[in-house]
Ligand binder design. Structure first.
Ligand code: EPU
Length: 302
């Protein structure tokens, strides 16, 4: 979608928002899939309510784009614009065991910044790609650690109220790859509380996780991480692998040879290829195990 009204464009400029007209979302997502639209890059949280009002006044739909690492975007010209928060220079601030972090901060870099101040606990999250905001929304987890455990409060833009609001940890529930945030709440900033740990110990933990990940996941290929959630007590990867589906493809969308719950873009995969692969694999697992796998990846239609 292209913003055409000169009045809207002027209002966006006035708010200090950077506009990338007709940007390719394939370039902004780890799967390398997605059509084109205007991308609006926001540096100051407080202008967000005003920006959304400007878009609404012109009848322009929007989606919030984070790190793009758990996202499958439709092909072609998209009917909405993408709003993306840009991390300020100092996106992680540490006072004692308290960490203030911007939603747009890179998750891995946040883990290492905290480690240098002898704050640990998040070692397992080191290789999870994407931003802190994306990790908060999905309650990202790996190797026995979930981010939700460390959250004390989160500042969000509440689309329903059209305002920024701060939620205490008692007002948020974090479950396996699921949180109680409203679907259109936008993560802005979080306060975390981390346990003290010597840097060397944290580093050793980080190394172990990195090695495990390298050994079991296709890190050098374009993917969105695990495509399905694990069913209660089960493993989507093991089930798909057990059906001999590693290497199975629809167009250029392929089940990874290394980890069967990673679907990779092995060339010029379209969104339709990836959706076709998802539904074919889901149907086969359903037929063999009577279990309907739920997507972990977020799917955005055109
Ligand atoms: N397995 C196979 N074949 C495969 C893949 C896995 O047999 O192709 C088996 C493994 O041998 C193991 C079991 O399945 O016995 C579980 O595999 P793994 O340890 O790789 O963990 P996972 O359950 O597949 C989860 C998360 C990952 C996270 C890892 C490590 C989900 C959906 N996935 O994977 O998160 O990195 O544990 O903690 O919860 C993501 O969320 O995108 C993601 C990659």
């Amino acid at each position: 979608m292209r913003i055409e009204s000169p009045r809207t464009i002027a209002a966006i400029d006035e708010l200090g928002v950077e506009r990338l007209p007709g940007a390719s979302l394939a370039a902004l997502t780890s799967l390398g899939i997605g059509g084109t639209t205007d991308v609006l890059r926001v540096r100051k949280h407080h202008i967000l309510p005003a920006l959304i009002r400007v878009l609404r006044a012109d009848g322009i739909e929007h989606r919030f784009l984070g790190g793009g690492s758990n996202l499958l975007v439709a092909d072609g010209e998209l009917s909405w614009v993408a709003v993306q928060l840009v991390a300020p220079e100092h996106d992680v601030r540490i006072e004692g065991q308290t960490v203030w972090v911007d939603a747009a901060a890179d998750l891995g870099r946040t883990v290492t910044t905290c480690a240098k101040k002898n704050l640990g606990g998040m070692e397992g999250l080191i290789g999870v790609p994407g931003t802190v905001g994306g990790a908060l929304r999905m309650n990202a987890g790996a190797y026995g650690t979930e981010i939700g455990k460390f959250v004390r409060e989160v500042e969000v833009y509440r689309a329903a109220a059209g305002e920024n609001e701060t939620l205490r940890d008692s007002q948020i529930s974090f479950e396996y790859r699921h949180t109680s945030f409203a679907p259109n709440d936008i993560m802005l900033r979080a306060r975390l509380e981390l346990p003290e740990k010597p840097y060397d110990e944290i580093l050793a933990g980080i190394r172990v996780c990195n090695e495990k990940r390298r050994a079991s996941q296709p890190l050098n290929q374009k993917s969105a991480g695990c495509i399905f959630k694990n069913p209660p007590g089960g493993s989507a990867g093991r089930m798909i692998d057990g059906l001999g589906l590693k290497g199975f493809r629809v167009g250029d969308a392929m089940v990874s040879e290394r980890h069967a719950n990673f679907f990779v873009n092995a060339g010029r995969a379209s969104s339709a290829d990836m959706l076709g692969l998802i539904s074919e694999v889901r149907a086969r697992v359903q037929a063999a195990h009577g279990c309907e796998l739920e997507e972990e990846v977020i799917v955005w239609n055109a």
